[in-house]
Design a protein around this ligand. Sequence first.
Ligand code: ATP
Ligand code: MG
Length: 439
Amino acid sequence: MALITKAIRGTQDVLPAESYKWQHVEQTALAIARDYGFREMRVPVFEHTELFQRSVGETTDVVQKEMYTFEDKGGRSITLRPEGTAGMARALLEHGLHNEPLPVKVSYVTSCYRYEKPQAGRLREFHQFGVECFGAAAPQADAEVIALARTVLNELGVTGVALHINSIGCPTCRAEYHAALKAYFAARKDELCETCRERLDRNPMRILDCKSPACAEIAAGAPVMLDYLCGDCRAHFDAVRACLEEAEIAYEIDPRIVRGLDYYTRTVFEFVSDALGAQSTVCGGGRYDGLIDELGGPHLPSLGFGMGLERLMLILEAKGAKFPAPPRCEVYLVSMGEQAARRCFGIATRLRDGGVSAECDTVGRSLKAQMKYADKISARYTIVVGDNELESGRARLKNMETGETDDILLDDSLYTTLYTKSLDRQLADMTDLFGEAVE
Ligand code: ATP
Ligand code: MG
């Protein structure tokens, strides 16, 4: 029985008292993405396993250790998405979006699934806000997605986050680098973990991303890709840096960033927080110029990022960032007697239809208990309706914060009064949040 009332390890519920924070974060991120020209795209939570093997890469931790893969009743191998890019790329190709004027810019808020050891900021079901920009090779595109991620973090009030960038080159310059890496790691092969010993031949760069402490220590002294960049990749990287400087976006070069997914080329970047402990990367992304050809499409230089929303929430909490006030009930209709209860339901429905949040009794509470409940849910106003009020067509509107009361008529004027109060209230909330900015 216990299993039925216990969520799966590494998953999290968002309870009603907290969901407004998630809505704020998601809506802010998607709205900023829109300002940057990215439109939302939605794709299924599962895809053919081969899609992730091919795009994320056979030798990555994600594919080798972390995927939720199962056979469906039709005998197909299905995988719950471990990241957002592969599904977006698949949908782009399937619907021929790349035949429209380029670039194709998409955004998403999505759940991801990885079988990892659950800890703070590391879950088995987590959520990402992400964007992909398909068909843009120029360094301005790299700077644009980086700027977008930064705007989202800034707008939400995140502080203490640093941008780290690196270039991991292209297949041309990587050949020489792979050889240097192989020689370096081969000399200490016996000290590597079993997975990395296998990776040595197939994909030595993956060793740089291994989480095992022994491998990480050896990797710290390994040659870095920046020293092996070909002329084109060097020029591209320099131009990305120049664009960031033009936009006054501070960055550090971190030659150790390789990213955990195989599809990356050239620019890779991370936003790293001082508030997250070991799981310090809140946003990771980069360029993947070879991915679309790898999936059978045309050569389409592209890039994107994924921002971990649980980690973002942890930072916002740690930094005491401000959220807009959670929505509150504007008016609670307190009823005495069956006829009044019906009338209150009618009034509440009409108010709600007009966009005013209203509640009335649905559990048969006494007058006193309804007043107490209205207080508990922080209703701003109450209106008590009983036989007298029904007869006279008048009632009292009570401001629950100040205790002041106003005489009101139970006719059309009631709705106008409450719409106006609700609008005034919303404006006041926005002024609280944005200070002087809202007139
Ligand atoms: P890490 O090195 O921390 O494992 P990663 O390189 O595997 O991260 P990406 O695949 O780049 O992460 O995913 C982008 C972002 O998604 C990360 O920066 C992080 O914020 C978030 N993320 C990744 N895995 C998890 C997870 N298991 N739980 C919560 N958030 C995650
Ligand atoms: Mg990982």
